[in-house]
Design a protein around this ligand. Structure first.
Ligand code: GLP
Length: 261
C-alpha cells in the first residue's frame, strides 16, 4: 500500500486526477472503475476542468464500470448510481453512454445480475484503476462489515448507518433503498490498481482501522492490505487517526520522480 497524507482535500483531488489521467494516457482504451458518494466528486470536477481546458487526455475510447447500484429505484431515478455517474463525470468527459456501465438492478433480472456484471467486467478485460471512497463504518462500495473478503458482485442489505449517511441524497431515510447490488471485495481486488480517496474527520477512524488495523471482514476496506498496487490519498483530517502518518509522508516526499504512483 502506498499511503499519501496530503495537505488538503484539493491536493487529494489533484493527485487522484493525475493518477487517472496517467492510466488513460498509457492506455487510451482504459477501463476506469468509478465510485459514487461525495469523496470522489472533487476528483471528477478536476478531471472535467482539465478536459475542458484541453490539458486532459481524450476519453473517447475509455469504458467505465461502477462499483454498485441501488435496488428498487424506478428506472432512470436521478439518485441511481448510473444516472449519478453520468451527471457527475462521464457525460462531461465525453464518454458515450453505452460505454458507461453499472450493475443491472432491473427487478425481473436480479437473480443473475451479479454473475452478469462479473462477466461484463471480465469481457472488458478487467479494470485498470478503481477509484474508491470509504464508508464511515469501513465499507467499500456497498460491502458492509461482515462481507466476505473474497466476495463477487451480489445483492446486499445496507446497514442502518449507511442508510442514514446516504439519506442526504434522498428526501428522507425511508426513501433510501434497503438493498443494493455491489461489486464484491474479491471483484475489487481484481482491479489492477486501487485508488482510495478519503477526506474529513468523519473518515479518520475507518481509515485508521482499514490501513493499520487487522485484515478483517469487520472492516471491509482492510482488504486493501491484500492488493499489490493500492494507493490511498488522504487529507489531514482523514489521516489524523493514523499512527505512522509521519513515516508515510516521509516515504512519499522521498520518492524518486520516475516512480510515479
Ligand atoms: C456509499 C458508496 C461508497 C462510498 C461511501 C462513502 O455507500 N456506495 O462507494 O465510498 O458511500 O460515501 P461518501 O464519499 O459520500 O462519504
Amino acid at each position: 500500500m502506498e499511503i499519501v497524507p496530503l495537505g488538503s482535500a484539493a491536493e487529494v483531488a489533484a493527485l487522484a486526477a493525475d493518477v487517472i489521467e496517467a492510466v488513460v494516457r498509457r492506455n487510451p482504451a482504459a477501463v476506469l472503475g468509478l465510485a459514487t458518494g461525495s469523496s470522489p466528486l472533487p476528483t471528477y470536477r478536476e478531471l472535467v476542468a482539465r478536459h475542458r481546458a484541453g490539458t486532459g487526455p481524450s476519453y473517447e475510447l475509455v469504458t467505465t464500470v461502477n462499483l454498485d447500484e441501488y435496488v428498487g429505484l424506478p428506472a432512470g431515478h436521478e439518485q441511481s448510481y448510473l444516472a449519478t455517474i453520468r451527471r457527475e463525470v462521464t457525460d462531461d468527459l465525453g464518454i458515450a453512454r453505452e460505454r458507461v456501465h453499472g450493475p443491472d438492478a432491473a427487478p425481473d433480472r436480479l437473480a443473475d445480475a451479479g454473475e452478469r456484471y462479473e462477466a461484463l467486467i471480465a469481457s472488458l478485460g478487467g479494470v485498470d484503476v478503481q477509484l474508491l471512497g470509504i464508508g464511515s463504518d469501513g465499507h467499500l462500495a456497498f460491502n458492509e462489515p461482515g462481507s466476505s473478503l473474497a466476495s463477487a458482485t451480489r445483492i446486499k442489505t445496507l446497514t442502518e448507518q449507511t442508510r442514514i449517511d446516504n439519506a442526504r441524497f434522498f428526501g428522507s431515510i425511508e426513501e433510501v433503498p434497503r438493498h443494493v447490488l455491489t461489486q464484491g471485495l474479491g471483484t475489487i481486488l481484481r482491479a489492477r490498481q486501487l485508488l482510495l480517496v478519503a477526506t474529513g474527520v468523519g473518515k479518520a477512524g475507518a481509515v485508521a482501522a482499514a490501513l493499520e488495523g487487522p485484515l478483517s471482514a469487520s472492516c471491509p476496506a482492510s482488504v486493501l492490505q491484500l492488493h499489490p498496487h493500492a494507493t490511498v490519498l488522504l487529507d489531514p483530517d482523514a489521516a489524523s487517526g493514523l499512527a505512522r502518518a509521519d513515516h508515510y509522508r516521509e516515504v512519499y516526499l522521498g520518492k524518486p520522480a520516475w516512480q510515479g504512483l
